[in-house]
Design a protein around this ligand. Structure first.
Ligand SMILES: [Zn+2]
Length: 91
């Protein structure tokens, strides 16, 4: 009986560890993805024609409809085109 409890405990610990590793992996992947995006200043430098008097527009489809996707970390967001879905820059 004790062996069965030991196996169950081992299974629960492995299960918790797997979930923990997946959560950490997802956080690190999201951080890498976020840091790979341009900042607004970099976006303006890379696509000067997408800076208009009325604001920023998408470099892919020229739409000026920009969607702000807020991240869980305070103040951080990814801006993407509402028309074509291209991720444009980060804040
Ligand atoms: Zn677009």
């Amino acid at each position: 009986m004790r062996t069965l409890v030991d196996y169950f405990t081992l299974f629960v610990l492995l299960f918790i560890g797997t979930i923990f590793a997946k959560v950490i992996s997802d956080i690190l992947a999201m951080r890498r993805h976020y840091n790979a995006l341009s900042t607004l200043d970099e976006y303006r430098e890379d696509y000067p024609k997408c800076q208009t008097p009325r604001g920023i527009r998408c470099c892919e489809c020229k739409s000026s409809s920009i969607w702000q996707r807020k991240l869980k970390q305070a103040g951080k967001a990814i801006f993407e085109c509402r028309h074509c879905g291209t991720e444009l820059y980060r804040r």
